[in-house]
Design a protein around this ligand. Structure first.
Ligand code: B12
Ligand code: SF4
Length: 447
């Protein structure tokens, strides 16, 4: 049985093109390891997948690309006649909105659910009548969408094989996941909707995956794209020891997402000793009032300051992200954020600024829905962002959530933040183009 998978991405944007969707590589390795007579191919365009005519097609999408996913699903269905499934954050948050073009939606962690679905199709001509038996999907039943009972998360997590990183698709940027989910519950964050709870791959699993990466690629930088890389202190300590035993700390720089409140001397020492030298965390705001809304009491400005100071002391380069446009945020709050950035700008490497968007399934989505700004069926292009904050325009359609500050004044501050962003990120500009170019350069696959 041949399965064709494709990520719905905007090819015109280097940020979406440059970094492959690793979720599909996990699906490929899981189905091929635990299934029988299954071959999974990852494609980049609907034309490729149509030409290959797989028995089953699957599309992965985030909210802002949902319209692309719908368009491609129609093309693929017309061109192949095969069943077309959808997975990823968007459908996982809004399963009851499944469009009739899709034969089913795979909700949350996809590997085990998708394999069971594929096996159902492999073994039954009348598989459509048996979809009610598959946990973790949404499907059409007569004229409505049924949501089947949820599927338990895969346990133990290390039974998930390493993602099948394909050399021809994998760009210059080697990243991996050493955990799934996050134990915190920030009001704007959709991974917690998706992953339910925090699970870590054991240090031995992570080092074995690194071994595989080193034998197939020549990385100079490895990014842990986990929502939270450092959530288990003991594991980080163990991983540092294993990395040093292999000498990987001399071959690459590691980077990933941390949390301000978990950074102490011991954590910094462990990270520094494994050559984890590029951290990122969401400082979000210079105002405790705004942080209270966004981080639900789990962060304060003081905690963020301490994390910046301790990382600086240990020489861990930090990238901080900030969110503006939060409900209740006043000019005074925005000025506090600007002052916080100004005060610390010599201590970090760069910043990212985002305008708060109500991703489906989050408490912010519920709030936006109450205000009538979003609904379950809407134009998903309104969630479009830009890879570079400097290119973002807050036009009249922009999903702006903050009644405490009028849009005109907010635009003035967006411009101020864009100038700060441009100034602080001069050296990081065009990072995705650099990643793409490096395919042919340092990070090229090993022979
Ligand atoms: C790495 C990452 C990126 C990378 C790589 C892109 C990618 N998607 O892989 C980069 C930096 C390029 C990026 C860009 C963007 N990202 Co991003 N990204 C992530 C991050 C941190 C990890 C994604 C990941 O690989 N997860 C691990 C894998 C295993 O999970 P997965 O992809 O969800 O796949 C699993 C299941 O969803 C399911 N599944 C998924 N697809 C399918 C398809 C089928 C057929 C089946 C059966 C199952 C299935 O099975 C997989 C295995 O379990 C997530 C946060 C998170 N923790 O998920 C945000 C996240 C996905 N990104 C997000 C956003 C908004 C974006 C951007 C729009 C931002 C921007 N303007 O640049 C772009 C859009 C990119 C795109 N693909 O279209 C949001 C999406 C929220 C939403 N509801 O839309 C997230 C959740 C972060 C957030 N802000 O909350 N991103
Ligand atoms: S924003 Fe970060 S800390 Fe908060 S829930 Fe999401 S991943 Fe966890």
């Amino acid at each position: 049985m041949h399965i064709g998978l494709i990520p719905a991405v905007r090819f015109e944007e280097s940020s979406q093109r440059a970094i492959p969707v690793i979720g599909l590589f996990y699906l490929a390795s899981y189905c091929e390891k635990y299934g029988k007579d299954i071959k999974v191919t990852i494609y980049r365009t609907p034309e490729e997948i149509i030409a290959a005519k797989p028995d089953i097609a699957g599309i992965s999408t985030v909210t802002e690309n949902m319209n692309i996913a719908l368009d491609w699903a129609k093309k693929i269905k017309e061109g192949t006649g095969s069943p077309v499934f959808i997975g990823g954050d968007h459908i996982s948050a809004l399963p009851h909105t499944l469009d009739p073009i899709f034969d089913a939606g795979i909700l949350g962690e996809g590997e085990a659910t998708f394999l069971e679905l594929v096996q159902l199709i492999q073994n039954n001509d009348n598989w459509k009548d048996k979809l009610d038996g598959i946990a973790g999907i949404c499907r059409h039943s007569e004229d409505k969408v049924e949501i089947n009972p949820p599927r338990p998360l895969i346990t133990p997590i290390e039974t998930i094989p390493f993602p099948r990183r394909e050399k021809h698709l994998w760009g210059g940027f080697v990243y991996c996941f050493s955990s799934r989910g996050c134990p915190y519950h920030c009001s704007f964050c959709s991974p917690t909707v998706m992953w339910k709870k925090y699970r870590v791959f054991p240090a031995e699993y992570v080092i074995a995956e690194l071994d595989e990466i080193f034998s197939n690629f020549n990385p100079y930088y490895i990014h842990f794209f986990d929502d939270l890389f450092i959530g288990d202190k003991e594991r980080i300590k163990k991983l540092k020891t294993l990395v040093r035993q292999r000498g990987y700390h001399k071959r690459v720089v590691f980077g990933g997402h941390i949390r301000a409140d978990l950074m102490d001397d011991e954590m910094c020492e462990n990270l520094r000793f494994m050559n984890f030298n590029s951290g990122a965390f969401g400082a979000e705001s210079g105002s405790d009032k705004v942080l209270q809304f966004l981080k639900c009491g789990s962060s304060t400005v003081e905690m963020n300051q301490q994390a910046i100071d301790i990382c600086y002391k240990w020489g861990i380069q930090m990238n901080l992200s900030f969110i503006i446009g939060t409900p209740g945020e006043t000019e005074d709050d925005l000025k506090k954020t600007i002052a916080f950035i100004e005060k610390n700008k010599k201590k970090f490497n760069g910043i990212e600024v985002f305008i708060l968007l109500p991703y489906p399934g989050t408490p912010v989505w519920t709030l936006a829905k109450r205000k009538g700004l979003v609904k379950d069926s809407m134009n998903w292009d309104l969630f479009r962002t830009k890879a570079y904050f400097s290119e973002l325009e807050v036009d009249d359609d922009f999903l702006y959530l903050n009644d405490a500050l009028d849009r005109k004044t907010f635009r003035k501050y967006v411009k101020i933040f864009q100038d700060i962003d441009a100034d602080l990120n001069k050296d990081n500009k065009a990072i995705y183009e650099t990643i793409e170019k490096s395919v042919a350069d340092k990070n090229k696959p090993a022979k």
